[in-house]
Design a binder for this molecule. Structure first.
Ligand code: APR
Length: 235
């Protein structure tokens, strides 16, 4: 991936690895979130039905951690790219933190939902939410005690898939940052990008499940690789 010229439309996929250096835990490392919270218990509709308090407590803690975290140089670099890139750009993030936005990025799509948003099961309204849900607060719109995390759980459909597929179909460059390629549909985006003749670049701490699909893989921390790459593509 020597030249970065004749690139107009870029799609970037980010995962937990881009927020690791902001102190937010990833999922599948040895100290990963899924080590001490089995996915089935805290990230499925069945788990929520079985033990809603356990799930509310888990996401109350995620919300607290997100609020206490700060964007790192990788988030700042993508925000700079968003400001200065006059072609199409879409940052599709699997992350539920708001660090892309807090760094200043605007063209961001949260395909797995957001920690700082809640969803009313009674009236379907969504609300920004910085606090907790364990204490059963009423929905600001309808008053029902029926708020759940606005998170896409396993078995649920990720958000805005049509918009994502349309962006990938038009992409000249697809960049994957800080994701293990363990979870579909995100893990399949690189194959769609390649099929649409986009060039594909992976920036990750270690080789991922999907590395073999990429034209180029650069290994290292996002806080180093992402600013370097953004400078390259803006040059
Ligand atoms: N810089 C770059 N990459 C990093 C860093 C870092 N500082 N630290 C870790 N990584 C890489 C790891 O090598 C790993 O490949 O980030 C990746 C994190 O992988 P996961 O923990 O599986 O997180 P992610 O890929 O985002 O998971 C996808 O799975 O559980 C679901 O909904 C959850 O959105 C999540 C999805």
């Amino acid at each position: 991936m020597g030249e970065m010229n004749n690139i107009r439309n870029i799609v970037i996929l980010t995962g937990a690895g881009i927020s690791a250096e902001s102190g937010l835990r990833t999922f599948r490392a040895e100290d990963g979130l899924w080590e001490d919270h089995p996915v089935e218990e805290v990230a499925t509709p069945e788990g929520f039905r079985r033990d809603p308090e356990l799930v509310q407590r888990f996401y109350d803690e995620r919300r607290r951690n997100v609020r206490d975290a700060q964007p790192n140089p990788a988030h700042a670099a993508l925000a700079k790219l968003d400001r200065e890139w006059d072609g199409e750009l879409l940052i599709v993030t699997q992350n539920i933190d708001d660090l892309h936005e807090r760094a200043g990025a605007q063209r961001v799509l949260h395909m797995h939902g957001e920690a700082l948003s809640v969803w009313c099961r009674a009236c379907d309204a969504r609300h920004p939410w910085e606090g907790t849900l364990l204490d059963g607060p009423p929905c600001p719109a309808c008053g029902a005690v029926a708020l759940r995390p606005d998170i896409v759980w396993f078995g649920e459909m990720p958000y805005e898939m049509d918009r994502i597929f349309a962006a990938i179909a038009r992409a000249d460059l697809f960049v994957s940052i800080g994701t293990s390629g363990a979870v579909y549909p995100a893990a399949g985006f690189v194959q769609q990008a390649a099929a649409a003749q986009a060039r594909t670049l992976e920036l990750n701490l270690e080789r991922s499940n999907g590395s073999h699909w990429f034209d180029e893989t650069r290994l290292g921390p996002a806080s180093v690789l992402v600013p370097e790459w953004v400078d390259e593509v803006l040059a």
